[in-house]
Design a protein. Structure first.
Length: 224
């Protein structure tokens, strides 16, 4: 099921010494292909952990995570990384662009890692994506030469680069001014219109209002 996410009784417990900190507590939920979903909840409720588990960045302490029909909890770290390159585009709150690469090179990188599309097409596709997010004229700029809003738009282009069925975004409008916030919102909605399943965490009422469905997390549990 392309773009689907299924959590089955998922627990995630972080440990510091002998102290345990449960981030998710028995979460069971399904995200259907093609949905546009907002993940809401107070700070520290487990939203970012949910994103990291859905993207295969972290693994659950207990339970199963099945994404696009693949039980990623059974994968080793290397296999999970290879799977993620083709299946998931992630937009981090603090961009995580590689500072030594230009905007164009940052967008091309996921294509290189995924081996898709073929090498001759990568530059053209990267430029098309930068054009989509209004950043083609900044293709040769390094992240340090871009504003926060510009970096976030490059990050969205990068998330789309390998044409993954699933886009995950963690607080994608945090710390952006009004103009850039609305551009980012429009880009996530457009990604969904392109057929992507889009799941994002947010505290932003405007971004939350664009979702087709809202999932609320409080103290690591899904609530109605």
């Amino acid at each position: 099921m392309t773009g689907s996410i299924v959590f089955e009784d998922v627990w995630k417990v972080y440990r510091q010494g002998r102290v345990e900190y449960p981030a998710l507590r028995g979460v069971s939920v399904e995200v259907r292909p093609g949905e546009l979903i907002a993940l809401l909840g107070p700070s520290g409720s487990g939203k970012t952990t949910f994103i990291y588990l859905a993207g295969g960045i972290e693994t659950p302490t207990r339970g199963r995570v099945v994404v696009n029909g693949h039980d990623i909890t059974r994968m080793g770290e290397g296999e999970r990384a290879r799977w993620r390159r083709r299946n998931v585009g992630i937009v981090f709150q603090f961009f995580h662009l590689i500072p030594s690469l230009t905007a164009l090179e940052n967008v091309m990188l996921p294509m290189i890692l995924a081996g898709h599309p073929p090498k001759p097409e990568r530059r053209r596709r990267a430029l098309e994506l930068l054009d989509l997010v209004g950043m083609r004229d900044k293709a040769d700029k390094f992240p340090s030469q871009l504003s926060g809003g510009e970096q976030q738009r490059v990050a969205i282009a990068r998330a789309l680069a390998a044409d993954p069925p699933l886009i995950l975004a963690d607080e994608p409008t945090a710390n952006l001014d009004t103009e850039n916030k609305r551009r980012v919102i429009d880009l996530l909605v457009e990604a969904n219109r392109m057929g992507k399943t889009v799941l994002y965490t947010t505290h932003d009422p405007e971004l939350a209002s664009k979702a087709q469905r809202v999932i609320k997390i409080v103290d690591g549990r899904i609530v109605d």
